[in-house]
Ligand binder design. Structure first.
Ligand code: HEM
Length: 213
């Protein structure tokens, strides 16, 4: 009885109009921290590299948190988690934009021909770009008007591209670290994303088997 009460209390908190905005404000703390690092020159000897790496890490972290929503919703059976999904996806995109911006501005000084050459020369950049283009398509169609215009089925099909984003993001990270032979964090994120995608495969095949039998 007491547990049920706590659950209802928690769900009420999740439904509170301020809950989402509190979470968005917390999610911007890494961004503010990085801005403060630039302002007070606290990013170490190579600030450009520190910014590119930190924003890449945060993109991957928010991708993991976004992909956690569906398993949370299904295992707890609380639809309230869905209230957070779009803003989490957009926060992932926000950090990806920051990452791409830091790279183009700080590493490449906005030189488009240099960027084009780099894409050809370093395949991990091409993979990052492909990942970013997919994220852009998802962010652009994340609004209610887009769902309406596309129809729910086509919208859902397009948004399955988030799984390709996860795979490309890991490949980008793996390839970047391959020259340095430093894979510890790559395995960590690959296992996290693998578990989140594996859970879906397990859950949805189990559910369709149930439907058949
Ligand atoms: C336009 C697209 C992108 C470009 C041009 C790009 C470029 C880069 C560059 C230049 C680095 C640093 C390499 C180094 O310091 O040696 C990097 C690292 C990284 N990128 Fe990207 N990237 C892109 C998209 C993405 C996306 C969409 C994600 C995530 C889903 C991502 C995740 C990462 C991660 C995790 C790292 C490694 C950070 C670390 O070492 O801690 N990148 N990227």
């Amino acid at each position: 009885m007491r547990r049920l009460h706590t659950h209802q209390h928690l769900r009420q908190h999740l439904r509170h109009p301020l809950a989402k905005w509190t979470w968005v404000a917390c999610s911007l703390v890494p961004f503010v921290y990085l801005c403060a690092g630039v302002w007070w020159d606290r990013l170490g000897p190579n600030p450009a590299e520190a910014l590119i790496r930190a924003s890449g890490d945060w993109t991957l972290r928010f991708l993991c948190i976004t992909l956690l929503i569906t398993p949370l919703r299904i295992t707890t059976q609380w639809p309230e988690w869905l209230l957070f999904r779009r803003s989490l996806g957009l926060l992932t995109f926000f950090y990806a934009c920051l990452h791409a911006l830091c790279y183009s501005l700080l590493d490449m000084s906005w030189e488009w021909d240099e960027i084009a050459k780099d894409i050809v020369k370093r395949p991990f950049i091409a993979v990052g770009l492909a990942c970013f283009v997919l994220l852009m398509a998802l962010a652009a169609t994340s609004f209610n008007a887009a769902v309406k215009a596309m129809g729910a089925t086509r919208w859902r099909q397009l948004h399955r591209a988030v799984y390709a984003v996860a795979v490309l993001g890991i490949l980008h990270f793996f390839w970047m670290r391959a020259t340095k032979r430093n894979f510890a964090e790559v395995w960590l994120y690959a296992s996290l994303l693998g578990a989140l995608l594996g859970w879906r495969v397990y859950h949805f095949t189990k559910r369709s088997l149930w439907k058949v039998s």
